[in-house]
Design a protein around this ligand. Sequence first.
Ligand code: S3P
Length: 169
Amino acid sequence: MAIILIGYMGSGKSSVGKQLAQSLNLAYVDLDLMISQRAGKTIQEIFAQDGEDYFRKIESECLADVCEQNSVVATGGGIILKAENRQLLSKQKFVIFLTCEDNELIHRLKADQKNIRPIIQDKTNTEILAIYQQRLPFYQVSATMQIDTTNKSIATIVNEIKEKMEKNT
Ligand code: S3P
């Protein structure tokens, strides 16, 4: 059984995922890293050289593999775009949607410039937030739990997730 974190870019999936895995004594999987290793290049290179469709194809393959594992998985923000991925997620017991208030989301994305995200690279703040709005129903329908991360420390978020998980078991 995997514990899967979903949410928009900048919602804290990786930071929360690492600490959640540590505190549950489970392996941590970063799906973007897995995709990058499988393709033998960075996410940015995959998008530039092979295109988004190819990235999404490997992303789906990696998701199918990790769903079988006992681990905490941080997915990429676009994992909910494909119906086949949403189908896979619907079979999981813990799919945690990390939300974040718009201003903080933009602030976090601007502060994390070293992580190049092809989907929003040349977009304005308004466009970035519009993509989030378009995706919102897909996150909501795929999640078994929703956690607001705005103004919260990673430790607080991890504790909230664990409390909710205990109630749901
Ligand atoms: C994407 C989000 C990225 C990465 C890729 C596409 C998206 O992951 O998978 O650049 O479509 O939202 P993060 O959410 O970890 O930034």
